[in-house]
Design a protein around this ligand. Structure first.
Ligand SMILES: [Zn+2]
Length: 134
């Protein structure tokens, strides 16, 4: 079996991957204006505050945009094609790119309701993916 690339957590992103390993989706939230943001960064994109903390979110959202991958980008992805790469708009506001599961590629629609799940990649890594809700 060919490997797929794994994340390389750094000081800014480690909390995200540690939460995922524990089956939680956590995002950075500004403690000054209370807005969530994603990707992680050192400064709130809404108000400029550097008073940020990680908080669990619902893991629920809807498909904002998507594409269907038919040609594997490397050998590690060959068993997955065709698969759906989507931008999910979380209930808390931020968008994140992910893979959709539990739905045929031809059935995916903008606005489809989804919920996060975590796929074990190795002992240190669980990747957030989103399952389509009926
Ligand atoms: Zn802020």
């Amino acid at each position: 079996m060919f490997p797929r690339p794994l994340p390389s957590p750094n000081a800014l992103t480690a909390p995200y991957w540690e939460a995922a390993l524990n089956g939680e989706l956590e995002l950075p939230r500004c403690e000054t204006c209370a807005a969530f943001h994603f990707y992680p960064r050192t400064t709130c994109p809404h108000c400029g505050s550097q008073n940020l903390a990680w908080h669990a979110v619902s893991g629920r959202g809807e498909v904002y945009s998507f594409t269907v991958v038919h040609r594997a980008p490397s050998k590690g992805f060959e068993a997955l094609v065709p698969y759906v790469v989507a931008v999910v708009a979380l209930e808390e506001g931020p968008h994140l790119m992910t893979r959709l599961i539990g739905v045929a590629p031809e059935a995916v629609r903008i606005g489809l309701k989804v919920k996060v799940e975590f796929k074990k990649q190795d002992e240190q890594t669980r990747l957030p993916v989103f399952r389509a809700l009926a």
